[in-house]
Design a protein around this ligand. Structure first.
Ligand SMILES: NC(=O)C1=CN([C@@H]2O[C@H](COP(=O)(O)OP(=O)(O)OC[C@H]3O[C@@H](n4cnc5c(N)ncnc54)[C@H](O)[C@@H]3O)[C@@H](O)[C@H]2O)C=CC1
Ligand SMILES: N[C@@H](CC=O)C(=O)O
Ligand code: NA
Length: 432
């Protein structure tokens, strides 16, 4: 074993960073044996230097992250600050000064992954980010390496722990949205600004990263259709239950049937209670990967939290350190397929639409005609008269598979009917 240690600079010492530092210390001997050289924490960049950090030598702590990555003797920079800047500049500066980088920053990778990969390649460095998607679950590496000989057609799953935690609480305990979000934040699952979680930005960033790797195509954050989960109500859960379903925030990346394009989307969806994703509880994540040769694979595990995320960061750290010792670099960006990314309108799925309508003869026929005129075939209709005597009824329509564009056209036309008082909710139905 080499006795001279590999030097690691840790940028950020919050929920994830503090766990990375802890495991580096407690597992130091095992890490050294697995890498073939000791790894030494050479510096820790923080924002609040006065905070007591158990297990971290205060002499290593600095508020000058730039000076740390410019030192020139750092082998690996671990970026767990989050956000776009200064993380982006620190990572590129690290490459310029000879270091490889391990990051958990999905927001940055989804936005600037191509440029960061190019910078890594230019400087013969590695850029690894297993922790950026689905926390502890090995997903980036299986897609990039284990499935490199196969053709992936679909990646579908729950990739945000915070929103799964909230939806699970709302469904199973009837907890309110804010109460569940506060708990997820206290447990270290949420982003610094939890809007990123609940509005689906975090899952969309992960979908962009997954689709890019799965389809060997650059997929930008803007290419991903996004709807968050803030508008999911107790009434939606009741409707889902009536259909034998629950509601999950899903990320779905698909290759079109003709193979000529791809789509990526994030939105809440009803899924049958019998589907394995329905039983994914708390901050756990689960992702299905469907490929030509392997068929269907399922990846399941903790998707958020300090220690699970640190596990993925440490796995990358070991891989990057091994590469450095052997003078090699791991796989970089693979975007050779350069497939076009289609818009949401071209996505084909099923829909659950809840309408408030006038409770009088002929309404059902009128509504059915609008669906037929837009080429959207109805699977089931359930009508329920309201008990408030207001002459209104609730009409729940579940469609067969139709394009999102056809469904949007249908809903627009329904809104114009005098007998339709309002569209209470539209939810996609997946996993059947
Ligand atoms: N918490 C989780 O479950 C997961 C987090 N991630 C990602 O890991 C990264 C870190 O997340 P957390 O640890 O949860 O966030 P955090 O907010 O707990 O930690 C970030 C730390 O970086 C520090 N920081 C900010 N700017 C800095 C600067 N210029 N120099 C030095 N330190 C600075 C902050 O003071 C804070 O302590 C983010 O990119 C996040 O998206 C990824 C997977 C899971
Ligand atoms: N906020 C994220 C953290 C992990 O990526 C989540 O809740 O999934
Ligand atoms: Na992961």
């Amino acid at each position: 074993m080499r006795t001279r240690p590999l030097k690691v600079a840790l940028l950020g010492c919050g929920v994830v960073g503090s766990e990375v530092a802890r495991i580096m210390t407690t597992h130091a001997d095992d890490l050294a044996a697995r890498i073939g050289a000791p790894v030494e924490l050479a510096g820790v960049a923080v924002r609040r230097p006065d905070k007591v950090r158990e297990g971290i030598d205060p002499a290593l702590v600095t508020t000058d992250a730039t000076a740390l990555v410019k030192r020139g003797d750092i082998d690996v920079v671990v970026e767990v600050i989050g956000g776009i800047e200064p993380a982006r500049t620190l990572i590129t500066t690290a490459f310029e000064h000879g270091a490889s980088v391990v990051s958990a920053n999905k927001a940055l990778l989804a936005q600037d992954g191509a440029a960061l990969h190019a910078a890594a390649e230019e400087h013969d460095a590695d850029l690894y980010y297993e922790a950026a998607v689905a926390g502890a679950i090995p997903l980036i590496r299986p897609l990039r390496e284990s499935l490199a000989g196969d053709k992936v057609n679909r990646v579908l799953g729950i990739v945000n722990g915070t929103t799964n935690f909230i939806l699970d609480k709302m469904d199973s305990t009837g907890a309110g949205y804010q109460e569940a979000l506060d708990e997820a934040t206290a447990l270290g699952y949420a982003e610094a600004d939890p809007t990123a979680d609940v509005e689906g930005f975090d899952a969309a960033a992960k979908a962009a990263i997954l689709a890019g790797i799965a389809f060997h195509t650059r997929v930008r954050l803007d290419d991903v259709y996004r709807e968050g989960m803030t508008e999911v109500t107790a009434a939606d859960f009741a409707s889902a239950k009536a259909m034998g379903c629950t509601i999950k925030l899903l990320a779905i990346c698909e290759r079109a049937a003709d193979g000529g394009s791809v789509t990526a989307r994030v939105h809440p969806a009803m899924i049958p209670l019998t589907h394995p994703l329905a039983s994914v509880r708390g901050a756990y994540n689960a992702v299905f990967v469907e490929s030509d040769a392997a068929g269907q694979l399922m990846f399941y595990g903790p998707g958020a939290g300090g220690s699970p995320t640190a596990s993925a960061v440490l796995g990358d750290l070991v891989a990057v350190c091994r590469n450095r010792l052997s003078g090699a670099t791991g796989p970089g960006e693979s975007a050779y397929a350069a497939l076009p990314v289609s818009s949401m309108g071209e996505v084909v799925t099923r829909y659950h639409i809840s309408l408030d309508v006038a409770d009088k003869p002929g309404v059902l026929a009128q509504v059915a005609t609008v669906f037929a005129e837009h080429g959207v075939s109805i699977d089931t209709v359930r009508q329920q008269g309201r008990q408030d005597g207001g002459g209104e009824a609730s009409l729940v329509v579940v469609t067969h598979r139709a394009s999102d564009a056809s469904l949007s056209g249908t809903v627009e036309a329904l809104r114009k009917l005098d007998t339709v008082r309002g569209v209470a909710s539209i939810m996609r139905v997946e996993g059947e």
